[in-house]
Design a protein around this ligand. Structure first.
Ligand SMILES: [Zn+2]
Ligand SMILES: [Zn+2]
Length: 268
């Protein structure tokens, strides 16, 4: 995983570093807990004078956090309609009680919603782009935000014929509302493209979270990388499989990298 600037001039920091290293004939060190498959392959197979060094232990010999996967289909069968599972709800409650901090990670901002079959997990995707279609309530249509493809709303699941089709609205804003409903007394701070607008406010939000001991940080992938918060003992990833549906041939690789990185911001 590496930095890519989305402002002009657009660049990929890793490619730029490689170019500078070649120009100046100096060594380049690429370090990552989750190296790209392409780098890993190149280092072992194609490029000469490359060395692979593996750190087998985390800093201070810290152990990796325990990870639990919760199936939301099962949660629904048990009567929980929330995007926060009962297990996660319990752990957040414990953390609030023990004055520890929590990070909730959800890779969708705002209120954007999509269609999901609550019985088999089917999501409606664009036939051209293979990405998840977004539900537009006003027109009652499903639309692709990339190519403009649209289709009528589904009543029956094309995969399993279930009528248990739901418009699953997830988004950081909605998640924050839900957290406040569940835990009215907790303090939250949100970090996504809508709250990070001013220069440095990325750092400001993280510092505020850390220094003012805000209970819960809610954010998109911005919260993921390389942060160390000593009091964070719980990280909840909401609908962790959503990013498998993005329009990128590396979607599975990216999902893995993101999940590993976000899990590591947690002290075990
Ligand atoms: Zn499309
Ligand atoms: Zn289905």
């Amino acid at each position: 995983m590496s930095y890519k600037s989305d402002k002009t001039p657009m660049y990929n920091a890793k490619d730029l570093a490689k170019f500078l290293a070649t120009q100046n004939n100096c060594p380049l060190v690429l370090g990552s807990a989750t190296p790209d498959i392409s780098d890993y392959y190149n280092i072992q197979n194609t490029e000469k004078n490359n060395h692979l060094y593996i750190l087998r232990n985390r800093a201070n010999n810290a152990s990796l956090p325990t990870i639990e996967v919760i199936d939301l289909r099962q949660e629904l069968a048990n009567g929980n309609r929330s995007m926060i599972s009962d297990r996660l709800k319990f752990e957040i409650q414990e953390n609030l009680k023990n004055k520890k901090q929590t990070i909730l990670f959800l890779n969708r901002r705002g209120y954007s919603s999509f269609v999901i079959c609550r019985d088999c997990g089917y999501t409606a995707k664009c036939k051209n782009c293979n990405i998840t279609l977004t539900y537009h309530k006003f027109e009652n249509k499903l639309k692709c935000h990339y190519c403009g493809f649209e289709m009528n709303n589904l009543n029956v699941c094309p995969e399993c014929n279930s009528k248990n089709i739901k418009y699953f609205g997830t988004g950081t804003q909605k998640l924050e509302d839900e957290v406040h409903k569940l835990f009215p007394d907790c303090s939250t701070i949100r970090m996504d493209i809508d709250t990070v607008t001013l220069k440095n406010s990325h750092e400001q939000i993280l510092n505020k979270f850390k220094n003012e001991k805000i209970d819960i940080l809610i954010g998109t992938q911005m919260v993921v990388k390389g942060h160390h918060f000593p009091d964070v003992t719980l990280v909840g990833v909401i609908s962790a499989d959503t990013s498998l549906n993005i329009e990128d041939y590396r979607a599975t690789e990216r999902t893995f990298q993101t999940l590993v990185q976000v899990a590591r911001s947690c002290r075990s």
